[in-house]
Ligand binder design. Structure first.
Ligand code: C2E
Ligand code: MG
Ligand code: MG
Ligand code: MG
Length: 280
């Protein structure tokens, strides 16, 4: 009996476990403060036409400018934000920041390029996304066709009825709908068609397979044929090499995104990238 209690006691006071818990609690408090004090910045990565290299859209990617740890990337705080529900206020902050940025670019006379915003499943389930976007668009005086939303297949599967109602209402406003990381989840063809998606973003794991044994090309050909038949465009994510870009253009992939095209840049840098491309 003593032994068992001792064992439990040991587990409870395991310094490594306790340390990890404390660290997590600390990160949670920091994230709370970061939302209250808006320590986030948005970076923007261009998505270009495979045929013309002109900019089709910008993807808004959130970064946390942490007071001591420096710039943190989404993988370091989005999972915690999702687990704790803080993704809801964080998501509101992102939508509002992006809309404010679009309005500022418009005032500065920048080209009217749409911006896509990532939305995760918990946000979709807990917040009326349609109302959130509508309010933010109105507050900043932005037409709905300046924004797009990206959601993964798992987001749609969680609560298909509710999700589809909201998506349809947003689509009716003129917001384009994008499937993110396509090929890594389990969406059905009928769901993609019913929800009337505009564009499939094919996950970077598929792009990585191009130029090897030919299987990457086979997969892209199948996805592109299917997407076009359903009235959707296709973008390849994670394009890192010129050969991949050339192959994708040959396969009739509509758009490209990745480090080879351009890295995510801050709000000033990305406007330089757009001007450089539209001038070329
Ligand atoms: P995602 O939506 O699939 O975004 C693309 C990610 O791939 C970005 O990472 C981008 O920097 C990275 N990337 C771009 N080009 C390349 C490339 O050529 N090679 C490779 N290996 N990676 C490339 P990031 O910015 O770290 O974002 C990671 C994920 O975090 C995003 O994946 C998205 O799911 C999530 N995320 C980002 N911003 C937000 C946000 O505002 N709200 C929500 N809910 N999620 C966000
Ligand atoms: Mg995305
Ligand atoms: Mg993606
Ligand atoms: Mg992703």
């Amino acid at each position: 009996e003593v032994k068992t209690r001792g064992k439990n006691g040991y587990q409870f006071f395991d310094p490594a476990f306790y340390g990890a818990m404390r660290q997590r609690k600390q990160r949670e408090r920091e994230l709370q403060a970061a939302i209250a004090g808006n320590q986030f910045v948005m970076h923007y990565q261009v998505r270009v036409s495979a045929a013309t290299q002109r900019v089709a859209s910008l993807e808004a990617l959130v970064r946390w400018n942490h007071p001591t740890a420096g710039m943190l990337y989404p993988d370091e705080f989005i999972p915690l934000a999702e687990e704790t529900g803080m993704i809801v206020p964080l998501g509101e902050l992102v939508v509002d920041t992006v809309c404010a940025q679009i309005a500022a670019w418009t005032r500065d006379g920048c080209a009217a390029v749409p911006v896509s915003i990532n939305v995760s499943s918990r946000q979709f389930n807990e917040r009326d996304m349609h109302a959130l976007f509508l309010q933010s668009l109105e507050r900043h005086g932005i037409p709905a066709d300046r924004v797009e939303i990206e959601l993964t297949e798992s987001t749609m599967i969680r609560d298909p009825v509710r999700t589809s109602e909201h998506l349809q209402a947003m689509h009716a406003l003129g917001i384009r709908l994008l499937v993110d990381d396509f090929g890594t989840g389990y969406s059905s063809l009928s769901m993609l068609q019913q929800l009337d998606f505009d564009l499939l973003k094919v996950d970077k794991s598929f792009t990585r397979r191009l130029g090897g044994d030919g299987q990457g090309e086979v997969l892209f050909t199948a996805i592109i044929t299917m997407a076009h038949a359903l009235g959707m465009k296709v973008v390849a994510e994670g394009v890192e090499r010129p050969e991949q870009a050339a192959l994708l253009a040959q396969l009739q992939c509509d758009e490209l995104q990745g480090y080879y095209i351009a890295s995510p840049l801050d709000a000033v840098g990305v406007q330089g990238e757009i001007r450089r491309r539209q001038a070329a």
